[in-house]
Design a protein. Structure first.
Length: 623
């Protein structure tokens, strides 16, 4: 069995984009952990959930600032000591200077250690930063005690230095607002107190000015914290946008490669049956009465079947990806469905010398969509026959509820390293295989499994074959199946059919087919001609191509015809497989036949449309 896909991979909007859509850039380390979480509330004083990335960034910035301004603070302390050398007791001044230097160095060193700690949660680390800021602010602010020995002029100089120290912390500690408050409070509080203790109006006035300045600085620090958080979030969003842009670029490139790959494969595999069809039809045209005309006609039929299967695969993928396929579960007898599969696949298996075995109890009833399940099993069998050269292919049904359907072959098997790509479209285990097709069979199986909600497993060993299991629920006893008419049964004899197609060649071919089915066929090449024909000879059913030229389409035509005959049955035909058409036909509740249409398909679709109750036809009026 061929391996073509990856179980569980979600499709994108188109099969090429979906094929490439798994490429995604890895998140940056400083973005990945935080995501879009809310901030810690540092700037606003809130208590929102912590943002780990933002907290670590705060810690890194404060630590970097602590190390970058080490010698500036020491130099300022030296200026204070030199100015006050003969005014303040020497031991007190020297002790203060040593404390400033020591605490400053210990704080810088410890903050470096905290910034490198990536294992601990950031909140305890930030708490340590606040404590170190308290220590530094306390030793810096202790210089205010020197005011007791200073006159007004020297007191003003010292006050200016201490206020500058506190103001500088707006730039160094504001990203962590509580750390700034801890430091500045330890500097401003003793300074304000010492001026108040002077007891003069000047002292009170200076103390008030310092308090006002402290309030202004706090507002600046708070605004800086807000700007820091916003810039961090903008940076993170930009990182995400860059990642998405890179992912979109990679997806576009991969989609382009997938498209090129698809076109190369499709060009070969679609041209093969067309080549044979062209040669054989030319032979018949040259010598219609040749002795081997019947054999040539059979070869033409075989080429058409091969071409139809390739186009059906593309159509199925388009429908499934467009969301135009919806399961309609109902009780069915599983043995009947398997009998149809046996009838259609046995000749191909016998031609390859492969035994094809089906085992299913006759009373088994399951609840599923019969058409979709048939398509799923048909694709599994097609691949099993294609990649099995000897031995046996078996389809068995076992179990109670749920039942287990197993499709097993004795083919080449799938290498273990390729089983991760089992249901990927266009994937080929052996690209040199002459019967490989487009590589869409199992990609369709994957999508049908999702729609039908059937758990599926695959096991395979090279040279030992492949086994696919499906689990499906039992159902109640089904109602009697509707009667189906053979093409030669005369079920359509005398039926008036209005055929509308702006292309003369397929219209003539369809006319010949309908005439041989016993229909009374009227032709029209445009919407106006169809309206005129229906007015003269009301049809029993209309078959309209979707594209009628000059901006007209079959859906609008059917709407106009149903204004004349509200219960008129209708079929829509088209060679288009694009998503808008699929959705438009589904919205209009119109059966859509995709060209090429076989005689059996056409006959069955017309019979079904004619046999529907009249009220059902009226409910399908185009909306």
């Amino acid at each position: 069995m061929n391996s073509r896909g990856r179980v569980g991979v979600e499709p994108a909007s188109t099969m090429f984009e979906r094929h490439a859509g798994n490429a995604r850039a890895e998140s940056r380390p400083d973005v990945e952990a935080g995501g879009d979480k809310t901030a810690t509330g540092e700037a606003g004083g809130g208590s929102a959930a912590p943002d780990v990335d933002l907290d670590r960034r705060r810690l890194a910035v404060v630590a970097a600032q602590a190390n970058s301004l080490r010698w500036q603070i020491v130099a300022t302390a030296l200026v204070v000591a030199s100015v006050l050398w003969r005014l303040v007791p020497t031991p007190l001044l020297a002790g203060w200077f040593v404390l400033v230097f020591g605490v400053r160095e210990l704080r810088a060193r410890q903050l470096r250690v905290l910034a490198k700690d990536e294992n601990s949660p950031p909140e305890p680390l930030l708490h340590q930063v606040v404590l170190w800021n308290v220590a530094l602010g306390a030793v810096n602010g202790a210089a205010a005690l020197f005011l007791s020995w200073l006159d007004t002029s020297y007191a003003a100089v010292l006050t200016m230095i201490l206020v500058s120290w506190a103001a500088g912390a707006v730039a160094t500690s504001a990203p962590l607002l509580r750390a700034y408050v801890a430091y500045s409070a330890c500097v401003f509080a003793p300074l304000i107190s010492m001026w108040l203790l002077r007891g003069s109006s000047l002292g009170v006035g200076v103390a008030m000015l310092i308090a006002m300045f402290a309030g202004v600085q706090y507002r600046f620090a708070k605004q800086n914290a807000i700007v820091f958080e916003e810039s961090f979030r903008i940076r993170r969003e930009n990182d995400k946008l860059l990642q998405e842009l890179a992912a979109a670029r990679d997806a576009a490139e991969a989609a382009n490669l997938a498209k090129s790959r698809f076109l190369a494969i499709a060009s070969h595999d679609l041209r093969q049956p067309l080549h044979a069809l062209t040669l054989h039809s030319s032979l018949l045209a040259m010598e219609p009465g040749a002795s081997d005309a019947a054999a040539i006609a059979q070869e033409i039929s075989t080429s058409i079947d091969a071409l139809g299967r390739l186009l059906d695969s593309l159509l199925d993928i388009s429908k499934l990806d467009a969301g135009a396929v919806v399961a309609a579960p109902r009780p069915i007898r599983l043995q009947r469905l398997l009998a149809l599969l046996a009838q259609s696949h046995s000749p191909h298996a016998r031609a390859k010398g492969i035994a094809l075995r089906f085992e299913c109890p006759p009373e088994v009833v399951v609840e599923t969509d019969p058409q979709l399940l048939e398509r799923l099993l048909r694709n599994l069998l097609d691949n099993a026959i294609k990649y099995t050269t000897q031995g046996e292919i078996s389809v068995t049904v076992e179990g109670s509820d749920p039942l287990e359907i197993e499709v097993r072959d004795t083919g080449r098997g799938i290498p273990r390293e390729m089983q991760q790509r089992v249901f990927e479209e266009f994937f080929q285990v052996n690209t040199s295989d002459q019967a490989r097709g487009l590589g869409l069979g199992l990609a369709i199986v994957q999508r049908l499994v999702r729609i039908l909600d059937l758990p599926m497993s695959l096991s395979s060993e090279p040279g030992q074959g492949t086994r696919v299991r499906l689990r499906i629920a039992r159902g109640r006893t089904p109602a009697p199946a509707p009667q189906h008419h053979d093409i030669g049964s005369g079920a359509l004899a005398g039926r008036r059919v209005l055929l509308v197609d702006d292309d003369a060649s397929p219209r003539r071919a369809m006319r010949r087919v309908l005439d041989r089915m016993g229909c009374e066929t009227s032709e029209a090449s445009s919407a106006d001609e169809a309206i005129a024909a229906a007015s003269t000879n009301p049809p029993d059913i209309v078959l309209a191509d979707f594209r009628l030229g000059e901006g007209e389409d079959g859906i609008e035509l059917i709407r106009r015809l149903r204004r004349m005959q509200p219960t008129l049955p209708a079929l829509l035909l088209s060679g288009d497989t694009d998503t808008p058409l699929l959705h438009a036909a589904d919205a209009a509740a119109l059966p859509l036949l995709h060209k090429p249409v076989s005689l059996v398909q056409l006959h069955a679709a017309i019979c079904t449309a004619l046999e529907e109750p009249q009220h059902a036809a009226s409910t399908r009026e185009v909306r």
